[in-house]
Design a protein. Structure first.
Lengths: 120, 210
């Protein structure tokens, strides 16, 4: 049960981030932060299939985290999310075609280790 | 407003200056090189010439065009907004949920009940602000840049526990905070956007449309 919930946190969470990144890159750069422009942005995002599925996957991951926290300790739940920093960096390289140099690899690994230590 | 008008006047004067002065030579040269009748200048340029700053030139240009300007935020401001709203949102939400009591149920009613609590509402609103700023950040910057940089939230949450709630922060936590800081300082030194850009023509990447 615990491992199923961990899978339900990591996999939809990762998919959500990759889909959101793709959807937002296709939607174009956001540069106007006035309230009316924000509402227009939300309206256009609601019609964007990438963002729709991405936010749905985000919700799945969030509720799985809530259920995991109610049956297990934080120190069991967080290492999985810490691992996703490195996993998502790898996916960003191969799916989103981002150029990832040593600084980003080292940074993502350090942040993952740090999150692990902070949560315990 | 009067100040903006004065800058607008100076911009008009600059227009005249460019039209009939030695600057004409520069204009003609760029005209030949650019091979078009229109020159696009950034607001930085008239600002430099008037000895003022870029934002003033933007305001003045807005007065000239007699319309409101978009509220532009720099990427770093959006990151700060995202981090602040996530930290405060999580804090107020957990405070509010503690007030509500235990929430382990498959029926939706206890969750509905939780939404009457003002702290819960505030927390959810802050998290929505966080989501929108994260999405707008992703529209400009790489995913592999956004993720490590926004992990500053863990650091701030831990520090808030130490200084506001007077929880003891253990040695492991301090080491973790140090590692996150080190990782973020490495990632911040990379170019924020390396991913390919999509162009609106037929929704194809630029290379494929060639």
């Amino acid at each position: 049960m615990k491992w199923l919930l961990i899978a339900l946190i990591v996999i939809p969470g990762t998919i959500a981030d990759v889909l959101n990144a793709t959807g937002m890159k296709r939607n174009g750069e956001v540069y106007d932060f006035r309230p009316r422009a924000i509402f227009r942005l939300i309206a256009s995002l609601a019609r964007n299939p990438y963002i729709g599925v991405g936010v749905l996957a985000m919700a799945v991951s969030f509720f799985a985290l809530m259920s995991l926290l109610s049956i297990a300790n934080l120190s069991f739940a967080v290492p999985a999310t810490a691992f996703s920093y490195v996993l998502e960096t790898a996916l960003a390289k191969y799916i989103l075609k981002e150029h990832i140099g040593w600084r980003r690899w080292a940074g993502a690994s350090l942040v993952g280790c740090g999150v692990l230590l902070v949560a315990i | 407003m009067r100040f903006d008008n004065r800058i607008a006047e100076s911009l008009k004067a600059l227009q005249r200056l460019l039209a009939n002065s030695p600057k004409r030579k520069w204009l003609l040269m760029t005209h030949d090189r650019g091979d078009s009748d229109e020159r696009q200048l950034s607001h930085e340029f008239p600002a430099k010439m008037l000895g003022s700053c870029r934002s003033t030139a933007t305001l003045a240009a807005g007065v000239l065009k007699n319309q409101s300007q978009p509220l532009r935020l720099k990427t770093r401001s959006v990151i700060a907004l995202l981090v602040a709203s996530n930290v405060l949102g999580n804090f107020t939400l957990s405070r509010g949920l503690h007030e509500v009591g235990r929430l382990v149920s498959f029926s939706p009613w206890p969750y509905m009940h939780a939404f009457v609590n003002p702290l819960v509402i505030l927390g959810v609103l802050l998290l929505i602000v966080g989501l929108i700023s994260q999405l707008s950040l992703l529209s400009r910057v790489d995913l592999s840049y956004v993720l490590p940089v926004t992990s500053v939230t863990y650091v701030l949450t831990a520090l808030m526990g130490e200084f506001l709630l007077h929880e003891r922060v253990s040695t492991e936590r301090w080491i973790g905070i140090g590692l996150i800081g080190l990782g973020v300082s490495l990632v911040v030194r990379t170019v924020p956007r390396t991913a390919r850009r999509y162009y609106k023509y037929g929704d194809l990447p630029y290379e494929a449309a060639q």
